[in-house]
Every structure is written in C-alpha cells, then in structure tokens.
Design a protein around this ligand. Structure first.
Ligand code: ADP
Ligand code: ADP
Ligand code: MG
Length: 661
C-alpha cells in the first residue's frame, strides 16, 4: 500500500480524498495556490506545497509544478480528483515516467475516452448503443447541414474535446445548424484548443442516467448501478440521485452490462463512469465516459456502502476486487444537491467573496456533507463556484428527499450568493416528487430563473407562528432594558397582526414553558423552541412537528427562509397593521441606465452596437469568470447609447460596460 498520497486538487474533493487516505493510514500531501494558503484542504493535509499563483494554469494545472511537489515530498501516488488534471493523459504519462502511481486509469483509456468522436467509435465497435449520428468531425457548415438532414432535426452539435457542458448547441433547422456549428467550434477552440465538432441526434426531453463502474488491473469489472442526473442547468448537473426512479431491473442490467463491455474494450482500470442519455421509451444511448471520480459519486457510495476513493487507491496499488457483480448491494435511496456560489436572482451568475457565515447541516447516517470551505473562507473567482455537496439517504426516494429538504433548511450561508433556496424549491417541486423529470426540467419550470421572494411559502401558518414568537422575544427583551421611566415601563402586548405575502394574520402569542403558545384562526398551537435572540437558525416543533427555519431582521421586518421561499414578515399592533398594509405596496425595481459587470472577469464579447435598439432578454455581452461564460442580457427594452468596454478588457465588479438612453 502507498505511504503518502499527493492530492492534485483543491476544495471539497481534495478534502474528501484525504478523509479516505487518513482512514487507510496513508499520509497526505496538499498542493495549493496563493489563493488557497488558508483553505480547508490545506488545513486537513499532513503537509502542503505552495505551487504557484491563483490562476489555475500557473498552479493546479501546471504539471511541472505538481511533479516538483511530488519530488519534494516523496509522495508515492497521486489522486487527481475531478477537473484540473484528472483527465489529462500527459499528466498520467509524466507520473509513470517519474515512477509515481496515478490513482486512475491508464493513459490510453484517458486519451480514447477524452475524445467524444474516438470514444463513440470505440463504443460502436464494442456493441454499445450510441446516439444516432455520423460520428466524424464535420468540415464545414454545408457538411453539417447535410448530416443534420440525414439524421433528422433536431440535432446536437458537439465539440469532440468538450466537457463541463461546453461546446454544445442544439439545432432545429438549417440556419440554427450553421450558426450552432460556428458557436460550438468557437467555444471549443477557446476552451479546449480543439475545434472539432460532430453532429448527432438530439434526444428530446431525455434523462441523463449514468453507470458507475469499478475495474481492477486483472480485468475484473463490475458496475455499481446507476445515478440519475437529469436535473441540469445548461447541461450542468444540479441534483443527482441513485438509483433512478425511471429504470426497471432489465434496463438497469442492460445498461450496466454495456458499460462493463465498454470499460473492458479499453482495458479500463479504476473507477469510471459511463454516461447515457435515455429517451421516454427507455432506449438508452452512450454519451461519453468520464475516466475519473465523478462529482456525484457519493450517492453511489450511499446505496452500495462502498468507498469509491478507497477502491481507486487499492486498485492503483495492485489489489484485485474481492467481490463480483452479484455482491454489489443496492440499498435505499440517495440524493445529492450541489451548493453553488451563484445568484439565482441574476440568472445564476457566479458569486465570489468571503463566507461571513457558514453553518452546514449536521451529519448523521442519513446525511453527508462534503465541503471544502469553512466560515471566514473565500470563494475565489479563479475556481469552480461549487461550495459543498449535500447528500441525503433514506429507505425510499421520498425519505431521501424529505431529509434533503430539512438539511437545506438548516444550511446557513452568508457573504456570497448561493443556490440553497433554489435547491430547496426543486426538492419541493411536485414534478420532482413524482419523478417526472428530464434534462429540460429546470428550463421548463424556471424559464426566468428563480426568485426566492416570489415563491409562496409551503406552510404560511408556520411562518406566522415563528414571526410572532420572534417578535414576542424581542419585545420581552426590550421590556427588560433598565432605565425606563417608572410607571411607564413597556408592557408586552399579546395580540399582534402578522403581515406576510399580502395576507394579514391576527395572532395571540404568550411565552410558555419551553417556548410559546400561539393562538391563530381560533386554534392554539404549542411552539416549542430554545431559540435565543440573534440566532440565525430557529429550531422548533410546532404542535410536535419539527422544523428549522432561518430568521433575520431585515429593516423593520423579519426575513424567514424555509423550503426555498424567502418571506418578509411584519409584526404590527392590530391598529397599525391596516395602515402598514397600505404602505407595503412593492416599490418598482431600481431602473438603471447602465449595464454593470456583475463580477470581476474578462469581457469576452459585446453583442450590441451604439444606437442599437434592444429588447428585454437580448444578449448584451459575455463576461468570463469562474470557468463560466456568463451571458448578460437586457432587463428591459431600450437603446444602447455608449459602449464603455471592449472585448479583452479585464472588468472589475460594477464596472460600466454599456450605457442606455
Ligand atoms: P461530473 O461529470 O463529475 O458530474 P461535471 O460534468 O459537472 O461533473 O463537471 C465535470 C468537470 O468539469 C468538473 O471537474 C468541473 O470542475 C468542471 N466544470 C464544471 N463546470 C465547468 C464549466 N462551466 N466549464 C469548464 N469546466 C467545468
Ligand atoms: P459533457 O462532456 O459536457 O458532460 P455530455 O456529452 O456528457 O457532455 O453531455 C452533457 C449533457 O448534455 C447531457 O447530460 C445532456 O443533458 C445533454 N446532451 C448531450 N448530448 C445530447 C443529445 N444527443 N441529446 C440530448 N441531450 C444531450
Ligand atoms: Mg458528461
């Protein structure tokens, strides 16, 4: 067994790999950039090598520097995690030359599977179902259109070197095909330095279902069942689960067997994932193979009880798998939600900054949180905006989903924008509960993004009760402040009116043993809680039902966050409430005359010209930051009066890009 493993990665995945190494009694080496010297993965490692500046190209992606760190620390193996160098065949080769073990597949498997054209060719040869299509790179637009016509619209134009959802375009007619080819090629050339694009059938409203495989050097290959990752935004996974609610036993076996066939065809060793797209009739087609540990691997670990990182390490050290296909358990249900630093209000633009508050939900057998940050840490503009992964487990899908909802209610993050409310709303969505999902789910259900403030609370009575209790607690404290004029001490009233979401709710609230007694709509409810003033999480039981919601003061209101909804509640004297209700009419949104850069980044392109009339929703400019190209769109109709920045400019936050008349 290895003595010391260097983890060539950062963030949650570096931390997760170290946990297993530690469990196995193996020493760990972290590498870090100048942006990460105080990151959690550095704190967790036995030793750390600072390898370069913040920019990934000069640190985490610099093979020479990683090799130097290996030599310096005497590590005898390297785990690459996902992203960065994990699918870089040159890195695997360099390690081999240096006599250090790469905890992953052999170089050839990485090369073949890293190329979508090559891997599809191999899949066809191995007898794996593939998406209908020509399979070769197209030379020009005319050829693309010819192939598209042969396949039949809609088609997908796809970069052969693609990854992370980049370099893909859907085309429904000849014009879109020509345009899509240009765009996919452009994106692929910039992102991967390889502009080969091929055409395949676009499968409508499909599900993304993938098979986890594990193979040792002796060729023993098993599949660890499937994960469904259909909840995606712009071809990027947001929610994943195992097993899939859509598969029957026969399809599961057929997909598993094809995945194993493909793995054997490249003499695959280590953990790997074969991704399929599945249509409404359960026809499945190979998409690509990821030759690395996958972001969503924890859901597989939950239902099989196997530690994938441990098996990757054991296989790399030459061990053979002691179990066969029939020994792989499939027990219970697991769901993962990716917590991103992004702003659902601003079309999910990534967010960066300091985590002023960071309280993840507590872990137990039904909840796992893989996190790479801690309170006070920084979400840097240089890396992927994922903050943490919440993984729930239960006997059934419904249990796992309920557990996820409660965990998201408890996850408290301030300082950067995040998508927790959005994740909670997805969990609460009836279509998710029914399992009627496809890769179009988010685009169909949230065409205008997600606005936590507009979401109706699931349980308004709970919010009324909690805001009344919170208000009562503040009033009690105010009444105890000394120095009040004798005879004119504040008396805490018992009757209030809670205004929220346009409704007004009279309540009667008194302190009681272990909490509060609240009367509303003629019912008296017992609200048990040990909440203290100022605590962000309000834990309690309302008539015995446990809950957790987040409470903050927002000017004169209480802001309550629960089930993805963010609701402002005003608690007023019954007399003042009527007046206040009138004054609460929403202010119109701040209309500004400029397009500001929402984050620091690189201006990639400007889509408009001076004097041009624009319509709400039109593309205005593209800013690249945090590995993403972010399209800035017009929020209303107007006319461009001036262009204040040119492509190639490095923008600071709130820098003016355009002015409108
Ligand atoms: P997985 O396939 O393991 O679920 P993803 O497909 O979401 O993971 O992402 C795969 C890799 O691509 C990850 O390592 C991630 O860091 C990286 N990645 C994620 N988003 C982007 C992006 N917009 N551009 C380039 N790479 C990305
Ligand atoms: P990446 O390497 O970026 O992960 P994939 O080939 O795995 O690229 O595709 C990512 C996602 O794009 C899939 O999960 C699916 O949502 C969508 N997709 C890819 N190919 C097709 C297709 N032929 N038809 C429909 N959707 C597709
Ligand atoms: Mg993929």
């Amino acid at each position: 067994m290895f003595k010391k493993i260097l983890i060539a990665n950062r963030g949650e995945i570096a931390c997760r790999i170290m946990q297993t190494a530690r469990k196995m009694g193996i020493k760990t080496v972290a590498i870090c950039s100048e942006a990460d010297t105080r990151a959690l993965h550095v704190e967790m490692a036995d030793e750390t090598v600072l390898i370069g500046p913040a920019a990934a190209a000069e640190s985490y992606l610099d093979i020479k520097k990683v090799l130097a760190a290996i030599e310096k620390t005497g590590a005898d193996a390297v785990h690459p995690g996902y992203g960065f160098l994990s699918e870089n065949a040159g890195f695997a080769k360099a390690l081999k030359k240096a006599g250090v073990a790469f905890i992953g597949p052999a170089q050839r498997a990485i090369t073949v599977m890293g190329d979508k054209i090559e891997s599809k060719r191999l899949a066809v040869k191995a007898g794996v179902n593939t998406v209908p299509g020509d399979g070769d790179a197209v030379k020009d637009a005319a050829e693309a259109v010819r192939i598209a016509k042969k396949i039949g619209y809609p088609v997908m134009l796809k970069a052969s070197a693609g990854g992370g959802g980049k370099g893909m375009r859907i085309a429904r007619n000849d014009a879109e095909c020509r345009d899509g080819l240009k765009r996919a090629q452009g994106e692929a050339a910039t992102a991967f330095g390889d502009d080969r694009v091929f055409v395949e059938k676009y499968i409508e409203s499909p599900r993304h279902i993938e098979i986890q495989i594990l193979a040792d050097a002796a060729g023993n290959t098993v599949y660890l069942h499937e994960r469904e990752c259909s909840i995606q935004r712009r071809h990027q996974k947001v929610i994943e689960e195992a097993p899939s609610a859509f598969l029957d036993e026969a399809t599961r076996r057929a997909m598993g067997e094809q995945a194993v066939k493909l793995a054997k065809a490249v003499k695959y060793q280590s953990a790997g994932t074969v991704e399929f797209i599945v249509d409404g009739d359960r026809n499945f087609y190979f998409l690509e193979m990821n030759t690395r540990l996958q972001v969503e691997h924890p859901v597989t670990e939950k239902i099989t009880g196997l530690d994938l990182v441990e098996w990757m390490i054991r296989i790399a050290a030459g061990e053979t798998l002691p179990f066969g296909q029939e020994d792989i358990p499939l027990q219970g249900w697991s769901i993962e939600a990716r917590v991103y630093a992004e702003d659902p209000l601003r079309n999910f633009l990534p967010s960066s900054g300091r985590l002023t508050h960071y309280i993840p939900p507590a872990e137990d057998e039904t909840l796992r949180v893989d996190t790479g940050v801690s309170e006070g840490g920084e979400i840097s503009i240089h890396y992927d905006p994922m903050i943490a992964k919440v993984v729930s487990y239960g006997a059934t899908r419904e249990e796992a989903s309920k557990r996820m909802s409660s965990a998201l209610d408890e996850f408290y993050i301030r300082g950067v924008s995040h998508n927790i409310g959005f994740l909670a709303a997805l969990m609460a969505h009836p279509r998710f509960a029914e399992g009627r999902i496809s890769t179009d789910f988010i685009a169909e259900e949230y065409p205008d993004g997600f606005h936590a403030k507009d979401l109706a609370p699931e349980n308004p009575d709970l919010l009324v009760a909690v805001s009344a209790a919170v208000h009562r607690a503040y009033q009690e404290r105010a009444s105890m402040i000394s120095g009040q004029i004798p005879g004119r001490q504040r008396v805490v009233a018992d009757d209030w009116v809670v205004l929220l979401q346009g409704g007004s709710y009279p309540v009667h609230v008194v302190m009681a043993e272990g909490g509060y007694r609240i009367t509303m709509k003629g019912n008296t409810l017992v609200l048990e809680s040990a909440w203290k003033l100022g605590e962000p999480l309000f834990w309690g039981r309302l008539d015995g039902t446990p809950f957790c919601l987040q409470v903050e003061r927002a000017f004169i209101a209480y802001r309550l966050t629960h089930g993805g909804a963010e609701t402002d509640a005003l608690v007023m004297n019954p007399g003042a409430a009527d007046l206040q209700a009138l004054m609460l009419e929403k202010m119109p949104p701040d209309t500004s005359k400029t397009l500001l850069s929402p984050m620091p980044g690189l201006l990639v392109s400007v889509a408009v010209a001076e004097g041009q009339d624009i319509k709400s929703g039109d593309e205005l400019a593209v800013v690249e930051a945090m590995k993403m190209e972010n399209v800035l769109r017009a929020e209303r109709d107007g006319t461009v009066s001036a262009i204040k920045a040119v492509p190639g400019d490095s923008l600071s936050v709130d820098q003016v890009i355009l002015e409108f008349e």
